[in-house]
Design a protein around this ligand. Structure first.
Ligand SMILES: [Zn+2]
Length: 415
């Protein structure tokens, strides 16, 4: 499970009432039973005792804080199992009972951020900063939420502060520089939005082209959502359109890369000579990137490269006769073939022709899995990844096969 954007809570020792509490239904009795359960790591049990104490003594700051801490730990355990919506319910209760405590607001904001509910994330993180101005976690998360919401200058203001007081925050310097690079390209872009998408684009893009991109995206939203059996990521989904030159300046990707999804869909509308891309090419690229949006929505970022790219390729086009022939030649000449080698990001790693082959192999592998075992297995596999399972374990659990046997099947199929 990727914890980069999750707030890791501290273990806070709960407070006992020291006064003699012997009456069975006395709030202090419930509180102290809750403390015992909490210390034993039984948070669900602690929650139920503290809730009883809270019902009898709603104004006790000790009970409120203990109940809040128990909710936060229970939420943390749900998130460990990938169950964000349950975790969020606990935290909404936590901020209600202990509304002067910034910690549950920050935790809640980070979970909304992780589940792409940007408006709610921003609201909760801004509240956290009102309660506890200067909290570095809250400012960093809020910067990330603004960034995801494509408000680059607000993001920069938050991160400027964080980098000033805590220059060694892991990964933040890189994200800051990336945002700054994008801002310098996109500062005068026009903006337009639909129900699901927000698009930023250079001023010289004709309205008809912008409208064309919207209808491609709306179609992808419906068609890909349906292919996955009804998966529809929440709005807004950000799409940034560029010229080919702006695209490589903002993303630093090599020029053979056709588009990218890094939390926002980024795509050039022109080739490097400055000609507008033809509609079918644009549709293929946008659909490919939109599949990444859906995959990320299900898995977080816990997905091997070949699965992610294979799905994006498989759902945006079919293998051509020529590509099938290329695969035949490749599999015949290659005695051993490894999906493991295609686990991590291959962009800017492989030469263009090797990268092309890596996409073809991923496409072929996903086609094989989808055609032979169906959608529900694939969805089960992706959900297992979303719950934080290591990918070979998830694969074995869902498909009852190991990767080596799928590699053998691919070789047999194409030879
Ligand atoms: Zn891709």
């Amino acid at each position: 499970m990727c914890h980069r954007f999750l707030y890791l809570i501290m273990f806070v020792l709960p407070v006992l009432f020291v006064a003699q509490a012997t009456a069975l239904e006395h709030p202090a009795t419930y509180n102290n039973q809750g403390v015992l359960a909490y210390k034993a790591g039984k948070y669900a049990e602690a929650v139920s005792y503290f809730e009883k104490a809270y019902r009898k003594a709603p104004n006790s700051s000790v009970v409120c804080r203990n109940l809040c801490n128990a909710y936060q730990n229970e939420a943390n355990e749900y998130v460990e199992r990938g169950e964000f919506s349950k975790a969020i319910r606990y935290l909404e209760s936590a901020v209600d009972v202990d509304s002067k405590n910034a910690s549950p607001f920050i935790q809640l904001g980070s979970y909304y951020l992780r589940t792409d509910k940007l408006e709610l994330a921003i609201q909760r993180l801004e509240e956290a900063i009102t309660i506890k101005p200067g909290d570095v976690d809250a400012h960093e998360f809020l910067g990330q939420a603004y960034y995801m919401d494509n408000d680059l200058s607000s993001a920069r203001a938050q991160w400027d502060y964080v980098l000033e007081v805590a220059p060694d925050r892991p990964g933040l310097r890189d994200r800051y520089e990336k945002a700054f690079r994008e801002e310098s390209v996109e500062y005068d872009f026009n903006r337009w939005k639909s129900r699901h998408f927000r698009i930023s684009y250079p001023q010289d893009v004709p309205n008809s082209m912008r409208a064309g991109v919207f209808s491609i995206l709306d179609r992808a939203y419906v068609n890909i959502g349906r292919k996955f059996g009804g998966i529809y990521p929440p709005p807004p989904i950000h799409v940034i359109l560029y010229s080919a030159a702006q695209f490589s300046e903002a993303t630093q990707l090599e020029e053979h890369v056709g588009a990218v999804y890094d939390g926002k869909i980024r795509a050039p509308l022109t080739d490097k000579e400055g000609n507008w891309l033809p509609d079918d090419e644009l549709e293929r690229r946008m659909t490919h990137e939109y599949v990444h949006v859906v995959v990320r929505h299900i898995t977080g970022k816990n997905v091997p490269w070949w699965v992610n790219e294979g799905l994006a390729e498989s759902m945006s086009k079919s293998l051509s006769a020529q590509e099938i022939e290329q695969l035949r030649r490749y599999f015949s000449d290659t005695p051993s073939f490894s999906l493991k080698a295609l686990e991590s990001n291959q962009l800017n790693q492989l030469a263009p022709s090797d990268l092309r082959m890596a996409y073809l192999q991923s496409h072929a592998a996903v086609d094989l899995l989808w055609n032979r075992y169906g959608r529900s297995k694939m969805l089960g596999f992706l959900r297992a990844l979303g719950n934080g399972l290591e990918y070979e374990d998830a694969f074995r659990t869902i498909y009852h096969r190991n990767l080596a046997s799928i590699e053998r099947d691919l070789l047999t199929y194409y030879r």
